[in-house]
Design a binder for this molecule. Structure first.
Ligand SMILES: C[S@@+](CC[C@H](N)C(=O)[O-])C[C@H]1O[C@@H](n2cnc3c(N)ncnc32)[C@H](O)[C@@H]1O
Length: 250
């Protein structure tokens, strides 16, 4: 993450959720939608790992849908984690009971016991595709039970330049429609240019496969954003060992 551009411990973090609601098409509906989709995959008392927990929207949504879940929110930003803690506490005991927090990255999370499911929402685009995207996906995969569901939502792009430009310019017009001023659009546009590491969806699917996150299913698209589920590969670990020892991405 380039903290100079998207500083979640500074003013960007403070205003993050209001901005997300304004600029990410479908932001508010995405969370209950993914919860509805994956609920049948979560056994009673399932443990869910939420990487990049931000302001806690995944934590609260999952617990409201399924109070029996144990949800572990991880984030490297103290400010975001503090906002998440507050939001979870304010949501009442049914939500807060069974939610834990950790300041740090996926690699800092204990590797046992394994999680039944994991999420990575609005995070991977901050990570460069120099081995770091693959490493983050691998760190998550290593902490999941075989067969577990992985929910992924991110900005994609850069494969077909014409298509990328078409959606990017539509996205800029969307910001206008959603009420951003000219100065706000220039500032946010500069942040996107400087701080977002776009990768085509096909690239991310391939990186995920290499670390053992398979069966990609795209369930959501809004301009440059895409929502996917994957399944943690079980049984045969050939792909896992390729990813951790032989891959050029590590
Ligand atoms: C755009 S917010 C998304 C928050 C939440 N998932 C949502 O969709 O509203 C990105 C969050 O990811 C965190 N983050 C940035 N880089 C990260 C990384 N490499 N691993 C885990 N979290 C990261 C930031 O601190 C921030 O809280």
């Amino acid at each position: 993450m380039d903290e100079g551009v998207f500083n979640f411990d500074g003013d960007y973090g403070e205003s993050y959720e209001a901005l997300a609601r304004q600029v990410i098409p479908g932001y508010r509906t995405f969370f209950p939608m993914f919860a509805a989709l994956v609920e049948p995959d979560l056994p009673p008392g399932a443990r869910v790992l939420v990487i990049g927990a931000g302001t806690g929207i995944e934590l609260v949504t999952l617990k409201q849908v399924r109070p029996d879940l144990e949800v572990h929110g991880v984030d490297p930003s103290e400010q975001m984690l503090e906002i998440a803690r507050r939001r979870v506490a304010e949501a009442g005991v049914e939500v807060s009971d069974g939610v834990t927090f950790q300041l740090g990255y996926a690699a800092d999370v204990a590797t046992t016991p394994l999680f039944d499911a994991a999420t990575l929402i609005n995070v991977l685009h901050f990570v460069p595709d120099d081995g770091s995207k693959a490493a983050l996906l691998g760190d998550i995969a290593q902490r999941m039970k075989p067969g577990g569901v992985f929910v992924f939502f991110d900005l994609h792009g850069g494969g077909d330049p014409e298509e990328h430009e078409r959606y990017l310019s539509a996205w800029r017009r969307y910001w206008t429609i959603r009420g951003m001023t000219g100065a706000e659009k220039r500032r946010f546009g500069a942040r996107i240019r400087e701080g977002i590491h776009f990768a085509p969806a096909s690239r991310v699917v391939e990186l995920a496969r290499r670390v053992g996150l398979v069966e990609p299913r795209r369930f959501y698209t809004s301009l440059l954003y895409g929502g996917w589920t994957f399944r943690r590969q079980g049984g045969n670990n050939t792909l896992d060992s390729e990813a951790t020892t032989g891959s050029d991405e590590r």
